[in-house]
Design a protein around this ligand. Structure first.
Ligand code: SF4
Length: 352
């Protein structure tokens, strides 16, 4: 199935309705540390972050928002828990969207006040339900995935009664299977755009695997309009992993794709450092290119020929391929520079 969703606008970014799946991250600086927060947002933007969320756990954080917003050029989302008045403050301070979990805001009249303020400001709201803050009606539901969905829909009904539909929904769980089940069920019930994520998914490695599996299954089924990969790591990795998930499913292209072999006993060149260095240098490049870095003559020439630029290892040297043809031999120690010079030429041609 493919989940057809309505469009919700967050700042200048459109979510849902077939728009490109927006990749989000969240700063891990203290929001009230304005300079550090702005610097981190700029770094994240540079690697391609579409929308940024900041924690708003205090009045100082609210006071920091106008300056942060002024200094950045991607939509700003305020993450609010427990304090309804912080949501009002964040909206007054210019947040393009707020993320709340109505279950931990408390009284519905407070949620209603937030809704009225969001209407006045033209801001969007993400209802993010998680296992710790289910709607009271569903706290005894045994199936967590179903409890998440029923809670989210219960809150949606309340927002709709208040004539507010500028909504994005999330039902994240730290369980990959519960998340898949919950998002599938939610997609069957509503056309609001869905924000995908596996919450508290762990370290760079385990979080990447859990997010790739969970989000990958859903995205391959056409479910999901925006995503955040949650990692206990530098948020830059959240963006990179999000891109790679989308790119591997052919849903968005963010720049070069690197094809590299896993290396084995046949390997004639030091593939791993070459791959790491090329990946590092291409991190901010947005030109869609295929770059192959292969260790020997078994699969090397085939992959290198199919790529825009490629190298196939030989004895302490490699054969450089471009546009499907072998163009020259290069010494092992020159591979990075030689590959980069061909890649840069292609980037310039592409820009021209
Ligand atoms: S390309 Fe060669 S070195 Fe690389 S994994 Fe395959 S056989 Fe091994």
């Amino acid at each position: 199935m493919s989940h057809n969703t309505r469009v919700v606008t967050v700042g200048g970014v459109k979510i849902g309705g077939g728009n490109p799946i927006a990749v989000q991250s969240m700063t891990n600086t203290k929001t009230e540390n304005i300079a550090e927060t702005i610097e981190q947002i700029k770094e994240l933007k540079e690697v391609g972050c579409d929308i940024i969320r900041v924690a708003v756990p205090s009045r100082e954080a609210i006071e920091a928002l106008p300056q942060i917003k002024k200094a950045i050029n991607i939509p700003l989302v305020a993450d609010i828990h427990f304090h309804w008045e912080y949501a009002i403050g964040a909206l007054d301070a210019g947040a393009d969207k707020i993320r709340i979990n109505p279950g931990n805001i408390g009284k519905l009249e407070h949620v209603a006040t937030i809704i009225e303020k969001a209407k006045e400001k033209g801001a969007a709201i993400r209802i993010g339900v998680n296992s710790g803050s289910l709607h009271p009606k569903y706290r005894k539901e045994e199936d967590m995935a179903i409890a998440l969905v029923k809670s989210a829909l219960e809150y949606v009904r309340f927002f709709e009664e208040m004539r507010f539909d500028n909504l994005v929904l999330a039902v994240k769980s730290s369980s990959v299977l519960d998340s898949i089940k919950a998002y599938r069920a939610l997609a069957a019930e509503t056309d609001y755009p869905l924000h995908l994520g596996i919450t508290e998914s762990g370290s760079l490695l385990s979080g990447t695997v859990k997010s790739s599996v969970g989000l990958g299954v859903l995205l391959a089924e056409g479910i999901g309009d925006t995503l955040r990969v949650s990692l206990s790591a530098d948020p830059i990795h959240e963006i990179k992993v999000g891109f790679l998930i989308l790119q591997s499913l052919g849903l968005r292209s963010f720049g070069p794709e690197i094809i590299s072999c896993p290396t084995c006993g046949r390997c004639d060149i030091d593939v791993i450092p070459v791959v790491e260095e090329i990946e590092r240098r291409l991190m901010k490049v947005r030109t869609p290119l295929k770059v192959a870095i292969m260790g020997c003559a078994v699969n090397g020439p085939g992959e290198a020929r199919e790529a825009d630029v490629g190298i196939a290892g030989g004895k302490r040297e490699g054969v450089l391929f471009k546009g499907g043809k072998a163009i020259r031999k290069v010494a092992a120690e020159d591979m990075v520079e030689e590959l980069m010079s061909e890649i840069e030429e292609l980037i310039t041609e592409n820009q021209g």
